[in-house]
Design a binder for this molecule. Structure first.
Ligand code: F3S
Length: 62
């Protein structure tokens, strides 16, 4: 599974990082980025929780 953050939607709420710091990191402006291209299988539940909790719906999991 891949995680993608839409830079036009991400407003830096940081919930993804708080919920799933193994999957997402924040840049200097506070915008989220996936740490790895491929989300490890054991982290997919956390990635889904992060996706559901992003108020901007900026995270896509494919
Ligand atoms: Fe951005 Fe949503 Fe995370 S707005 S910092 S992707 S919670």
């Amino acid at each position: 599974m891949k995680a993608v953050v839409d830079p036009d939607r991400c407003q830096g709420h940081a919930r993804c990082w708080e919920i799933s710091p193994e999957v997402f990191t924040l840049d200097a402006e506070g915008h989220a980025h996936p740490l790895t291209e491929e989300v490890p299988t054991d982290l997919t539940p956390a990635a889904h929780r992060a996706q559901r909790n992003c108020p901007e719906r900026a995270i896509t999991l494919t």
